[in-house]
Design a protein around this ligand. Sequence first.
Ligand SMILES: C[S@@+](CC[C@H](N)C(=O)[O-])C[C@H]1O[C@@H](n2cnc3c(N)ncnc32)[C@H](O)[C@@H]1O
Length: 318
Amino acid sequence: MNESAEKSPRNKTISLSDNDLTMFSDKLLYPIAPLLLPEITNKVIAGNFIEVVDYLPQKFVDLMIIDPPYNLTKDFGDVDFKESSNADYIAYIQTWFPKLLPLLKETASVYVCCDWKSSSAIYEVLSRYLIVRNRITWEREKGRGAKTNWKNSCEDIWFATAAKDYYFDIEKVKVKRRVIAPYKVDGKPKDWEETEDGGFRLTHPSNFWNDVSVPYWSMPENTPHPTQKPEKLIAKLILASCPEAGFVFDPFIGSGTTLVTAKKLGRSYSGVELNKKYCCYAEKRLEMADENKKIQGYHDGVFWERNSFNQQKKKFLL
Ligand SMILES: C[S@@+](CC[C@H](N)C(=O)[O-])C[C@H]1O[C@@H](n2cnc3c(N)ncnc32)[C@H](O)[C@@H]1O
């Protein structure tokens, strides 16, 4: 995207001025020697995490969110990732995944993002080291249509833990759904809430998420990063799998979604990114989070089913 191009008034995509680039570059951490936990806490680390990891403390991470380049040809500025065979992709993950393990606390959880094509490779490596607990599939909504194939509009996230004991708070990630068949006992709603806009129920979330969409240009969290994850998606992982005083780490921060969401939810965070411009987007978003802690689709401690929140909009500010 040409950042100097005139934007439509509804286009909320975050942009960086030359001044932003200078100012935010100065805030980044460029490790050259071993670092203590307070030195990396709430910091964006610039560099190649495969090298940076040697300077990080051990056993400090409660939740690790890993969003690596998928097995697709994609230009990330400093990294021009090329699609390869499944075996080569497995070999690529194997070069770095074990290096992250010493950072994990014994009770830590790990989530790894992927698409259908890289999913089996991720499982293969993850299951060599951790207890794999589930695979979430989320509908990203946007996707390119194809003439001879199904449109690819879903992604996976593998969920694994370091040990048998781990933190998981189901109450924090319930989904507010519209009640289709409102059932009443003695004239009163059974397990649902009656409002002037209809009936709603708080439900246990499954491993299929269709209440999230990738950031659009009209959303205030949007940046020009080519594979930015939605804050709502990451918020679910953090609320379920990171205690309030916990630490979230992301080795591939991109535009900073994990760190920004962790900050909005009051967790400690740190992460690494190779591309300095993306690091600056992360810094800018972290600064914006000082003023605005809203996460689109998550309001008053509740995740709203896609589109049902719109009917309640008048009660909340987006
Ligand atoms: C899939 S994107 C992450 C997107 C991110 N979750 C977000 O919401 O913006 C992967 C990122 O990893 C970065 N990257 C690739 N290899 C890296 C490495 N060895 N160390 C640090 N960052 C790396 C790329 O520049 C890219 O921005």
